[in-house]
Design a binder for this molecule. Structure first.
Ligand code: ADP
Length: 462
């Protein structure tokens, strides 16, 4: 059954406190009982010792059992709840305190519901020799009820302990309940605020942000996550709008050119010449290329989850791919600086790696200025690292977060008419991620860009 957080909190807290108190009570009662029994044992021992020495002392003065002051021993027996019997050398009973006072007290105690606790109950009798100058002159029998022929003062002590437990239990319970209610109220308040923001987002308001300020890390994290989600959704939304207008623009330009050309031909304003037909053909090719790109992208998104791994030399593959670019790079007078660790044997999808390099090297070419330098590297320490660094136009701070998105083209790229469709990096990222790798970019406008790819070393063949 679903319950509110406050109720859940209070109930769980209550159960925990009760559990803790219950366990503490059992443990402490057990410990106190043990200590108490120990204490009583000691007490009994002391009492017995005292009776013994009292009798011995009395005997010393009189030199005969007959002359003993029995009253004193009797009083002591009554006072300490003991049965005392003195026998002479021949086991003949000389004195007995009588047991009545013992049984009477126990019975009264039980009747009044006051348990003289415990295990007591059973009556114990012990016999000790009475000594004079090291010689046995008789025996003394001492009887008492169990451990606990305890005095009322002793039982009172235990009761007080239990009472103080009960009081502290009630105080803890009240205090804990109030604290847990306050705490849960605070949490619920923040959570409600965050839920409100999420609901607003659900209704399409992506500008809204959660502004809770708590000292609970998890709630702060939740609030940050909701804000991050809103931010990302907003970015996606902007991107989708931009993408639609980009696509419309990309398609409209060749279509308008085609339309005006063909209308002019139909109206007889233009004569049909091979050049004019060629220009129309080029526009059709442009449209076709655009549609191809879209198709490629759809295919790639499906295929890229699957890796067709083989063992190959990554150093050689990179070098070979660079070779294919050399004639093109020469046209722009680009200098190549290659820093590739040799003989890096890996087990990866070679076609995908080639495609990644192809995309990065084409971009480095497209966005480099004439006479610039392009640096390509391969190394590994913690991870396998491939980088392609250029000294080209760089990427503006506004464009940087979006360049890996499909159909995104930076402002400068659009104005330069590089002929790209804005999907090269999106594909590259998907290919890298298919290998569980990461792609990062460091770029400064007008200074250049550095694309860094990191793969796990698990792809290395040892
Ligand atoms: P495009 O076909 O436009 O090159 P990409 O997906 O390859 O598409 O790149 C997306 C955008 O990233 C480009 O439009 C460009 O603005 C920017 N970009 C990519 N590579 C570089 C680079 N090496 N230097 C500067 N900008 C780059």
């Amino acid at each position: 059954m679903k319950k509110s957080l406050t109720k859940r909190f209070a109930r769980n807290f209550l159960l925990t406190v009760l559990g803790v108190i219950f366990i503490t009570n059992i443990i402490s009662n057990y410990m106190i009982d043990k200590q108490f029994d120990q204490y009583l044992l000691e007490e009994n021992k002391k009492k017995i010792e005292k009776v013994k020495s009292l009798v011995e002392e009395l005997y010393k003065g009189k030199d005969s059992f007959e002359k003993l002051d029995n009253n004193q021993i009797k009083r002591y027996a009554m006072l300490e709840d003991l049965y005392i019997q003195i026998n002479d050398e021949d086991e003949k009973m000389i004195f007995s305190s009588g047991e009545n006072h013992l049984f009477h007290k126990k019975m009264m105690g039980n009747m009044m519901g006051r348990k003289y606790d415990i295990k007591s109950g059973e009556y114990i009798e012990k016999i000790f020799p009475i000594l004079k100058n090291g010689e046995t002159i008789g025996t003394i029998v001492i009887g008492y009820f169990g451990l606990l022929n305890a005095s009322e003062r002793d039982v009172g002590f235990k009761n007080t302990m239990n009472q103080s437990f009960l009081i502290s239990m009630i105080i803890t319970l009240i205090f804990g309940l109030v604290t847990s209610l306050i705490l849960s109220k605070q949490m619920v308040k923040s959570l409600k605020k965050i839920t409100k923001v999420a609901n607003e987002m659900k209704n399409g308001n992506l500008q809204i942000r959660s502004k809770v300020n708590t000292n609970t890390i998890e709630i702060d994290q939740l609030s940050e996550s909701i804000n991050f989600l809103a931010e990302t959704l907003q970015q996606q939304d902007n991107l989708r709008k931009r993408l639609t207008s980009d696509m419309a623009h990309e398609i409209r330009t060749p279509l308008t050119t085609l339309q005006t050309h063909i209308e002019a031909l139909i109206d007889g304003i233009w004569e049909v010449t091979p050049e004019r037909l060629k220009s129309c053909h080029e526009e059709i090719l442009r449209l076709k290329k655009l549609v191809e790109h879209l198709k490629d992208l759809a295919r790639l998104e499906q295929d890229n989850l699957y890796l067709n791994k083989s063992n190959f030399n990554l150093s050689t593959t990179i070098k070979k791919t660079i070779e294919t670019f050399k004639p093109q790079y020469k046209k722009k007078d680009l200098k190549l600086s290659i820093d590739i660790l040799p003989k890096v044997e890996v087990s990866m999808d070679e076609d995908k790696i080639k495609q990644i390099l192809f995309n990065l090297l084409s971009n480095a070419y497209k966005y480099s200025n004439i006479g610039g330098q392009v640096e390509i590297g391969l190394k590994y320490d913690e991870e396998i690292i491939i980088f392609v660094k250029d000294e080209g136009i760089g990427i503006s701070k506004q464009d940087l977060p979006y360049i890996f998105e499909r159909f995104y083209r930076g402002e400068t790229s659009r104005s330069r008419e590089t002929g790209g469709a804005g999907i090269g990096l999106a594909i590259t990222k998907t290919l890298v991620e298919a290998h569980n790798g990461k792609i990062e970019v460091r770029s400064e406008e007008r200074e250049g860009s550095n694309f860094i790819i990191k793969f796990s070393k698990k792809y290395l063949i040892k």
